[in-house]
Design a protein around this ligand. Structure first.
Ligand SMILES: Nc1ncnc2c1ncn2[C@@H]1O[C@H](COP(=O)(O)OP(=O)(O)OP(=O)(O)O)[C@@H](O)[C@H]1O
Length: 260
């Protein structure tokens, strides 16, 4: 699904502007990365993009159509959003029940999930490597496992567009790699991924295009090769950043270091 933001700006009621002059386009193929320091407005940007909070000015368009013209159910059958992990009020659900909720936009308002919905949920749990946790309560798994379940919940919806807000932040080294693998498999099959990440190496290794979100300045939209550079990242984070590549057989992996 093609995604565009035109002239987006946002301020909380009575507050200073958090975002201004947000302009970007993602063709819905591969990975689009969002990178910036804490508090710059990346989560706010994702919420405004998806209409979960209203842009103060500007608009989001999906497949060229303003979000306001989309039927909500139609939109949420195609898009899935994974916010930063929170247990909230879902603690009493099993992981399988939590994941099947990802099918909500495809299940009638007064209907219960059918066999096909449970199969989708189980497949999604397998995709993120935690099918064995399906009967466990959400309150009985770790923060990282809950994060994996949240991603499974989004995958259960078979989205065309997946929006991930810091999906790796709660995860150990192995599970971070697992999520990147899931993203790779997914984007090969078709769905596009918008990835808000605190890991420049993840943005650098996956994204074709992206958005740098500095604090208090308009975001910079450009091809990854232009914005995920030592100079741009050093300026963005206010610290000397060095990028090197490591070769492992046929794989080239970027390594990004911040030098104090
Ligand atoms: N409900 C709110 N009311 C007022 N200000 C808020 C609210 N939520 C967030 N903010 C402020 O808006 C700014 C942007 O917050 P946001 O969560 O979008 O940043 P972020 O770039 O996603 O940060 P992080 O990388 O730390 O997750 C911050 O300065 C934050 O303090």
């Amino acid at each position: 699904m093609d995604v565009q933001v035109r002239n987006g700006s946002f301020h909380y009621p009575g507050g200073a502007p958090v975002l201004r002059n947000v302009n970007f386009e993602f063709d819905g193929r591969g990975v689009f990365a969002v990178l910036g320091p804490n508090g710059a407005g990346k989560t706010t940007l994702l919420k405004c993009l998806l209409g979960l909070m209203p842009w103060s000015t500007g608009e989001s368009l999906f497949n060229g159509k303003p979000l306001s013209d989309w039927h909500r159910t139609d939109f949420w059958q195609r898009a899935a959003y994974v916010p930063q992990a929170k247990l909230s009020n879902l603690a009493s659900l099993s992981i399988a029940e939590y994941v099947v909720l990802g099918r909500s936009a495809r299940i009638g308002l007064f209907s219960s999930p059918g066999k096909a919905d449970w199969i989708h949920a189980q497949k999604a749990l397998e995709e993120v490597g935690i099918p064995h946790l399906s009967r466990r309560l959400c309150s009985e798994v770790s923060g990282g496992q809950l994060q994996l379940a949240a991603i499974a919940r989004a995958l259960a919806n078979d989205p065309e567009l997946l929006i991930l807000d810091e999906p790796e932040s709660n995860l150990d080294f192995r599970n971070q790699a697992l999520i990147l693998e899931v993203i790779d498999r997914l984007t090969e099959r078709g769905p596009g991924v918008i990835l808000n990440t605190h890991f420049p190496a993840h943005a650098l290794s996956r994204a074709k295009t992206g958005l740098l979100v500095p604090r208090g300045e308009p975001p910079v939209f450009a091809p990854a090769s232009e914005i995920f550079t030592e100079a741009a990242l050093s300026k963005l984070f206010g610290i000397d950043v060095k990028i090197r590549t490591l070769q492992f057989g046929s794989k080239t992996l970027p390594v990004v270091a911040a030098l104090p």
